[in-house]
Design a protein around this ligand. Structure first.
Ligand SMILES: [Zn+2]
Length: 478
């Protein structure tokens, strides 16, 4: 941590990259478009994983693992799927020093190979539903990449389920969108808008796609997760059939859903400030950092004695903490570093605090004097856990307030264009692809989703003025 990070107002993109690199979340790899996730960034991802994985298991899913390499012919079996993914495929043509008889693709997603296996595992209605999730890496040959947000190889989870009826597949699709919403709101402190994707924004091969959409600190949108009802498209392409109760052969109905390391980019951009990262306590790798302050050996042993008491009390409450007792850095330097790295609570203990049996707590979400308080050592662990809870809810309400303040409801095209230049627009849309396209050409904004939360009634399309049944959320997106 040497240079100062660029301010958000000066250059938001530069600010983002500065934070990712200086907080030591990730770095560029030798291959263009790839990313090295450093230990601090990986610890954050592990907490995202843990929060999601727990919810997947609570809703009846099991984890499994499928291979990285997929026969090229598999990808070609579903017409829309191949059309959507072909430009992004990494293809292996040689292995063991020889040209392969059939090229293999590095998975861009696993519907095909999992569909192939399901066709062998499913025989009758008794085998259904199958509810499997996989934690894996995937590769999509992206030309324009950014750390966490868009990288050639990224980490994610992909759920793949098979059901006896369309109703069950649809119920599963929406259940998992709910799971994502719950994680985003309660763990990532990120208010998200759940809704349906328009036809043009659907997943390649899906009947219907749904997403959760969040507003970043620059008022642009980021899709935090998606869930797809695949209908019988993949079941037909991969021959996933079952014998129903009356002994008739039927095609299955399948779903898939995913959240990736983009979520880390989202957390950075939703909560970060000009000092750097601000992490929601539930996901922060380090929730509290203890910084002992001393000038000589006598003071050192005094404050380390207090620090030891604090350690024991925090460990007892399962707080994730770190004691920064490095000799070679000044307290001020350490304060800056832990602020940059987004640690929610800093605990300062100096000789005067030892004498008063107290410590100083500093909240990351309230920089400066306003966020500082003096707390007796006896009640410190309680004070820290209460503060973590309060920071978690403060971050959510702050992000919600920010999003709502930057969301407009324009009713004419001129004010619509102004709205999407600055933030989100909730506006009536007639459903025509022409209107959607015109908006994209004129403003670079896209339909993020058609939110479940609808005003009711009908209105006039913000582009063509025809009758519209639904409002959509429009924004420029990452
Ligand atoms: Zn229209």
């Amino acid at each position: 941590m040497a240079e100062k990070i660029t301010s958000r107002s000066q250059d938001y993109a530069r600010w983002y990259t500065d934070v990712v690199q200086q907080a030591q979340l990730a770095d560029y790899a030798p291959v263009r478009g790839c990313m090295v996730i450093r230990p601090y960034g990986y610890a954050l991802w592990e907490n995202v994983k843990a929060g999601l994985d727990r919810r997947f298991k609570e809703t009846g899913h099991e984890n499994a693992y499928f291979p990285l390499l997929i026969p090229l012919s598999f990808i070609q079996k579903e017409a829309k799927h191949v059309e959507g993914f072909s430009p992004e495929l990494a293809v292996v043509t040689h292995g063991g020093g020889k040209e392969l008889e059939e090229p293999l693709v590095v998975r861009p997603t696993s519907e095909t190979i999992i569909g192939h296996m399901y066709s062998q595992w499913i025989q009758s209605y008794r085998d259904l539903p199958i509810l499997i999730n996989q934690w894996a890496n995937v590769v999509r040959w992206e030309m324009r990449t950014r750390l966490f947000l868009r990288t050639m190889e990224f980490l994610w989870q992909e759920g793949h389920t098979a059901h006896a009826t369309n109703d069950e597949a649809q119920e599963e699709t929406l259940r998992m969108l709910d799971v994502y919403t719950d994680f985003a709101v309660n763990d990532a402190a990120t208010p998200v808008i759940p809704g349906r994707k328009s036809e043009s924004e659907k997943f390649a091969g899906a009947e219907a796609s749904y997403s959760i959409e969040a507003m970043m600190g620059d008022c642009r949108a980021l899709q935090d997760g998606t869930s797809h009802n695949l209908g019988q498209n993949f079941a037909k392409a991969f021959d996933i059939k079952y014998l129903d109760r009356s002994n008739e052969l039927q095609y299955c109905w399948t779903s898939s859903w995913g959240v990736s390391t983009r979520m880390v980019g989202s957390i950075i951009m939703v909560h970060g400030d000009d000092q750097g990262l601000v992490l929601p306590p539930k996901l922060a790798p380090i929730q509290a950092v203890i910084v002992p302050i001393w000038k000589n050996d006598e003071q050192r042993s005094l404050v380390m004695g207090s620090a030891e008491r604090v350690k024991v009390a925090l460990a007892d409450r399962d707080v994730r903490f770190k004691v920064d007792d490095r000799d070679e850095y000044s307290p001020g330097w350490k304060f800056n570093e832990w602020e940059l790295r987004g640690v929610p609570v800093r605990i300062e203990i100096g000789p005067k605090d030892v004498a008063k049996e107290q410590a100083v707590l500093a909240r990351r979400d309230q920089p400066g004097r306003a966020g500082k308080s003096f707390v007796p050592l006896a009640g410190l662990a309680d004070a820290v856990t209460d503060m973590l809870t309060d920071i978690q809810s403060t971050l959510l309400s702050r992000a919600t307030g920010f999003r709502d303040a930057n969301t407009l409801e324009p009713t004419d095209y001129e004010s619509f264009q102004e709205a999407v230049a600055k933030g989100f627009a909730r506006a009536w849309w007639c459903g025509a692809a022409e209107c959607e396209e015109k908006i994209q050409q004129d403003t670079k904004a896209t339909i993020r989703c058609i939110p479940f939360d609808q005003p009711g009634g009908t209105g006039l399309c913000v582009v063509c003025g025809n009758q519209a049944q639904e409002i959509a959320v429009f924004a420029r997106a990452y």
